[in-house]
Design a binder for this molecule. Structure first.
Ligand SMILES: *Cc1c(COP(=O)(O)O)cnc(C)c1O
Length: 395
């Protein structure tokens, strides 16, 4: 036995280094529903860090739909969609998502990560080319790498840079992939321009609208609705259900042929258990609330505007974002952690986002708002930021 080469001995080097570089991550234990007032590790906080933008995760009607469907269908779906796990609730949700997005069809995936991996690898492979914004979500980047297509990252939202890269490719299939709303910055992709550029270059456009659905567009239809993009202009539209929908899972919406292709060839669709039918049933209700309770979107915009005005008065540097994602870049990892710690002492929960989630030197407080927040809570946050960041500036 050579202890120095044991699994734990070898692995602990990377852990020690993560700790030393202030990049170590640990989990907090949530002991309440995901609402603005949470209990974490036994303490109460006002939280500004969930993706439950519309406050539907704990909505009584969504909960009740979940309970009723569990009574009818049980808990586990018991099989993959292609075996015997595709329930009438899944099917109805797919039809409603297709109608909502104005696409021919929609296909449910168990998570957004799997939807992105599965869609990209089904659409491109060796000999093809994929172009991704460099700030794309990890699941899009991973899907691109796994696909075997020639993988390129273009400068953030830089269409000239993308065009230069498109000019140099001979590949027959060209796939352009972006986040609709960038998850760590909160800004929007220039999807109208991207759609035009894709058409001009005979490339396909895929938008991951995990943070757009529910928040953007009059009916919560996300980037496609906000920018008015048809299925023809934006043929591959992806959304997640664990954010503004307040439930769990994801979907891809598009043409009949696209969806049939994914059913036949998307490995993360085929080789996995279908989400519980009760999750689909709950999502059908949240989809209805997301469209009809438009006050949630309006209140969210009021909160965002209030925060931005207040933060600007404090001299804080904001990002170019009108989404519920309003990060404040701090830069240094340990300073970001220290500020998050000070906020926690004042009963405010905001997570320090560090590399490799964001680029080195751009660690940030990723502040997010929910329609369940009250203006007074935003004021509380602004006061705390003023005290902590104001003092820190004079250190
Ligand atoms: C959260 C997120 C995903 C992953 O979705 P999950 O359902 O949580 O796996 C994919 N893309 C983006 C942009 C996201 O923010």
């Amino acid at each position: 036995m050579k202890p120095e080469s044991s699994l734990d001995n070898i692995l602990s080097f990377a852990l020690t280094e993560r700790r030393a570089t202030k990049l170590y991550r640990s989990r907090r234990i949530l002991e309440s529903p995901q609402t603005p007032n949470v209990v974490v590790d036994g303490k109460s906080y006002v939280a500004f860090c969930s993706n439950d933008y519309l406050g539907l995760a704990n909505h009584p009607q969504v909960i009740s739909a979940f309970q009723q469907a569990a009574n009818k269908f049980g808990v586990g779906s018991g099989a993959s969609h292609l075996v015997a796990g595709h329930s009438s609730e899944h099917h109805a949700l797919e039809e409603e998502l297709a109608a909502f997005t104005g696409r021919d069809r929609a296909l449910l995936f168990s998570t957004g990560y799997m939807a992105n991996m599965g869609a990209i690898t089904a659409l491109v492979g060796q000999g093809d080319a994929i172009f991704e914004d460099r700030l794309n979500h990890a699941s899009l980047l991973d899907g691109g790498l796994l696909s075997g297509a020639r993988f390129q990252r273009f400068l953030h939202n830089d269409l000239a840079n993308l065009q230069t890269r498109l000019d140099k490719t001979e590949a027959e299939r060209k796939l352009i992939v972006v986040d609709g709303v960038f998850s760590m910055d909160g800004d929007c992709a220039s999807v109208s321009e991207l759609a035009a550029l894709a058409q001009k270059n005979n490339a396909w456009l895929m938008v991951d609208d995990a943070h757009g659905f529910g928040c953007l567009g009059k009916n919560g239809g996300g980037s496609a609705e906000y920018f008015g993009l048809t299925q023809n202009e934006l043929p591959i539209l992806m959304g997640t259900l664990g954010k503004a929908f307040g439930t769990f899972g994801a979907f891809i919406a598009g043409s009949e042929t696209l969806i049939e292709t994914l059913i036949q060839f998307s490995r993360s669709y085929i080789y996995t258990t279908a989400m519980p039918p009760a999750v689909a049933a709950a999502t059908r209700v949240s989809l209805r609330l997301l469209q009809t309770e438009s006050w949630r979107r309006e209140h969210l915009q009021t909160l965002i505007a209030h925060f931005r005005t207040g933060a600007q008065q404090l001299g804080l540097q904001l990002m170019d974002s009108f989404s519920p994602i309003q990060p404040i870049i701090i830069g240094d990892e340990s300073r970001t952690l220290a500020i998050a710690e000070k906020l926690a002492e004042r009963g405010i929960l905001i997570i320090a986002i560090r590399p490799p989630t964001v680029a080195p030197g751009t660690s940030r407080l990723r502040i997010t708002f929910s329609a369940e927040h009250k203006l007074a809570q935003v004021d509380h946050l602004l006061n705390a930021l003023g005290d902590i960041l104001g003092n820190a500036a004079h250190e």
